[in-house]
Ligand binder design. Structure first.
Ligand code: ADP
Length: 805
């Protein structure tokens, strides 16, 4: 409690009065404040607290009563006792005014020093009592407050101690002032060691710089602090914590202290890291199709010192051997060491534990703690033991890379350093990673296969032979472009359908082409088909594969047509040649006979046979020559303007010379006809062929008419007979080379089958056309149209054409 001197205010306009008052009150030892005006008094009252006021009643400006009223009106000063000092009368009204103005006493001049002192003393004492009471009350309040604070602090402390997190407080400068129980339990520190910067001793050296700089920033800014760092436990293991500190501010908003917490987020962080890792690894895995490169990438990601210090990936090669395709270390210093270990002690494929065993069993292997015994059990010799020891491995796990059908390899993860162990959680993570890696390897392989297949498909599509792939269920799985072209059946209509339904005539294929064993092609066979009313000959071969049969085929129709044509040619031409030759030979033999005297008539007849048949031979040979010239494009046409009528007449006259008796010839032509543009010799040959045929194929005789008529820019020559006729179905084919309606000559009418072919080719070369009309019974009419002069070329202009091939 402070011993405060009481203030006494003395107010009098006269200095000498003030001095007198001071002299009287001096011995009391109070602090006397003397002022000479009411205004000055009010000013003092604003500044100080007074125990009592001595007030002169009569003062200029503001008199004592007025001043007293003002003092009483102010809350802070209203309870200050006022003693009026007056020389005026002691009349009632005066006294009354004084009391109503708030005076508590009067003292009259001349002043009795003893009375004044005792009165002032009473008031000062009263003030002092009040003062004391007030102080006591304040003290009491402070004590209660302190007790309360102590209690709450204790409660907070208990709360803090009960919390599973680490809790600490620090002063405004960041120096620790308190650590909770969890702190001591976790770090193993004693309270004596836990100095103001104790936290910096347990934070992982790698995380410390960031944590310290953050802390410094927040101490300056006053913002909440948050950082993730690793705290070392008393076992020496580092676990991830989330550190947080928030400032606690006083009423004035200034920071009083900081409360900090550190929450163990190790497991969560590991899961997060693993998840992030899996995502990154999956990304890497899906990015490249070179799985070796990808696995190297994954190993590098894994050996980050967190998930693993050392990561190796082995794969099973096609020959069943194991090869290491990727290896990565977190600590570059240990890379050479690990390499040396691997080189000196290669994988033993029969080892009961480790990579080979994991791949064999397709089961993961977890070694939570690599103890001295574990090393002893795997080490081959002292050097081996020493190398393993130098790597400082503490835990390892190996997981198989399981493909759909077999184990593709294994990934091994190892940790080094005390207190670092793999557990069930990490194993789950490793298996997840292995699953993804395995599927990446398989995808890469599948992709390569698909690529190869796509390439094969492209080749198949482009190949000239038809290729059909029929699965074991008899459905068409592939039908390439050549197959479409050859058969006229489109892939869309065939694919996925049963081949027997989709390809007419397929049932004939299977018995002819027994499929040999897988991969072995059978002999090619010619198989006939009739697709869309068209006869097809296909040369087919079949080869089996795991899922069905591949058929390759080639169109033989054309070849067969040529082949049959060749056969026809040999048959007809050789016959045609042999007949005149036999006649000539016979006649010649007879003429040569010396034993028989031949009549002159007979001799002449025989010579005639020889001449005629020689002619016939010459004709056949010239037809063959002409056809071959037409085929090879070596026939020239001397195109000129010529008169159709005279050409027709010439041919009729020529035919007349060797006409059978039962056949008559007739020309029907208008007197005036437009000239035509043609090679006259070739045009004559065409007409001669047609007339000859008309006569030849009218075995029962009749009239052969040659009619000429202008026709739409052309002149039409029509040769009609009433002979055998030509069925509609063959009317196109008779113009083909070697084609004959009756190749076996049942009617006894011979020929090479070249005449109409030659006609067609010659007509075509002068831009004309040729066709036949016949009901197939009562004769035929052959029409030839040759362009008129005006249409193609100016009159008289001769042109020399090279026949087009
Ligand atoms: P060919 O030497 O056999 O007469 P062509 O090319 O001149 O050869 O005629 C082809 C075939 O057309 C003949 O074999 C014959 O069957 C038929 N043909 C041609 N002209 C007539 C015709 N006027 N009447 C009936 N059939 C004919």
């Amino acid at each position: 409690m402070s011993e405060q001197r009481a203030n006494v205010l003395l107010v009098d306009d006269r200095q000498e009065n003030l001095l007198a008052l001071e002299a009287i009150l001096e011995p009391l030892g109070h602090r006397l404040v003397s002022v000479t005006s009411g205004t000055a008094a009010l000013k003092e009252l604003l500044l100080e607290d007074f125990a009592c006021i001595l007030l002169d009643v009569q003062m200029p400006e503001l008199d004592g009563f007025e001043l007293a009223e003002l003092i009483k009106a102010r809350e802070r000063s209203q309870h200050i006792p006022i003693i009026f000092v007056t020389a005026l009368s002691k009349e009632e009204q005066h006294v009354y005014r004084g009391y109503s103005a708030g005076a508590v006493d009067y003292i009259f001049k001349p002043i009795d020093a003893t009375i004044l002192r005792s009165k002032v003393s009473v008031f000062v004492e009263l003030w002092e009592k009040t003062q004391q009471l007030q102080e006591q009350a304040e003290q009491l309040h402070a004590q209660e407050l302190a007790a309360l604070e102590r209690a709450s602090e204790e409660r907070y402390r208990q709360l803090a101690d009960a919390m599973p997190q680490i809790v600490w407080t620090s002063d405004v400068l960041g120096a620790a002032t308190y650590f909770n129980r969890r702190w001591f339990e976790y770090t193993g520190m004693s309270p004596a060691d836990a100095g103001p910067n104790a936290w910096q001793h347990v934070v992982h050296p790698d995380d410390l710089p960031l944590a310290v700089s953050r802390r410094e920033q927040t101490l300056v800014s006053g913002a909440a602090f948050e950082v993730e760092y690793r705290f070392r436990s008393k076992e020496g293991e580092y676990r991830w914590h989330l550190g947080r500190a928030v400032p606690i501010r006083n009423d004035a908003g200034q920071i009083s202290f900081w409360v900090g917490t550190a929450t163990d987020i190790h497991d969560r962080k590991l899961i997060e890291d693993q998840r992030t890792f899996i995502v990154t690894a999956s990304d890497a895995l899906s990015r490249s199709l070179d799985y070796r490169e990808t696995l190297t990438q994954v190993a590098k990601l894994a050996a980050n010192g967190e998930l693993a210090d050392w990561c190796t990936v082995h794969v099973v090669e096609a020959d069943g051997s194991l090869s290491e395709v990727a290896v990565a270390h977190a600590d570059p210093a240990k890379v050479t060491l690990a390499r040396e270990l691997q080189e000196r002690y290669p994988l033993d494929p029969d080892a009961p534990t480790g990579v080979a065993a994991v791949i064999r069993a397709a089961e993961p292997e977890l070694v939570p703690e690599i103890t001295a015994e574990v090393i002893e059990s795997i080490a081959h010799d002292d050097l081996h033991r020493d190398l393993i020891g130098q790597l400082g491995l503490s835990s390892s796990m190996c997981v198989p890379l399981k493909g759909r059908e077999r184990v593709l390899g294994a990934i091994t993860f190892s940790l080094s350093g005390p207190g670092r162990h793999y557990g069930a959680d990490e194993l789950i993570f490793a298996e997840e990673l292995a699953r993804r890696a395995a599927s990446a390897i398989e995808n890469a392989r599948l992709y390569r296969e698909a690529e190869a297949r796509a390439q094969a498909a492209r080749v198949l599509a482009a190949i000239g032979d038809g290729v059909a792939l029929i699965d074991l269920g008899g459905r068409v799985r592939l039908w390439n472009a050549a197959a479409e072209r050859i058969t006229g059946l489109e892939a869309v209509d065939v694919l996925g359908r049963s081949v027997r339904d989709a390809v007419p005539g397929w049932e004939a294929v299977e018995p002819r082409l027994p499929v040999a064993t897988v991969g072995e092609a059978g002999r090619a066979e010619s198989v006939p088909f009739e697709i869309g009313g068209r006869e097809l000959w296909l040369s087919m071969s079949a080869v089996g594969y795991e899922d069905g049969t591949v058929y390759a085929f080639r169109d033989l129709t054309e070849e067969r047509a040529l082949e049959s044509m060749r056969q026809d040619f040999v048959a007809t031409v050789s016959h045609e040649l042999r007949t005149p030759l036999a006649a000539i030979y016979g006649a010649a033999l007879t003429l040569r006979r010396e034993d028989v005297e031949l009549a002159a008539e007979l001799e002449a007849k025989l010579l005639e046979v020889i001449t005629e048949e020689s002619n016939r031979l010459a004709e056949i040979v010239s037809d063959l020559l002409l056809a071959s010239q037409l085929d090879t494009g070596k026939l020239y046409a001397n195109v000129e303007v010529c008169d159709p009528r005279s050409i027709a007449q010439l041919e009729l006259d020529a035919a007349q010379t060797h006409l059978p008796e039962n056949v008559a010839l007739a020309l029907e032509a208008p007197p005036k006809l437009p000239a035509v543009v043609a090679d006259p010799g070739q045009l004559r040959q065409v007409l001669s062929n047609l007339i000859e045929n008309a006569v030849k194929y009218s075995p029962d005789g009749g009239t052969v008419r040659v009619a000429l008529a202008p026709e739409n820019g052309h002149v039409r020559f029509s040769v009609s007979d009433s002979g055998l006729g030509i069925p509609a179905s063959e009317q196109r084919r008779i113009f083909e080379k070697f084609f004959r309606l009756d190749p076996d000559m049942t009617r006894g009418i011979g020929g090479t089958g070249l005449g109409l072919y030659i006609c067609r080719e010659l007509v075509r070369r002068v831009d004309g056309r040729i066709w036949v009309e016949s009901d197939g019974r009562s004769g035929s009419t052959f029409h030839v149209e040759i362009p008129q002069e005006a249409v193609t070329t100016p009159a008289g202009a001769g042109r020399r054409h090279r026949a087009a091939a």
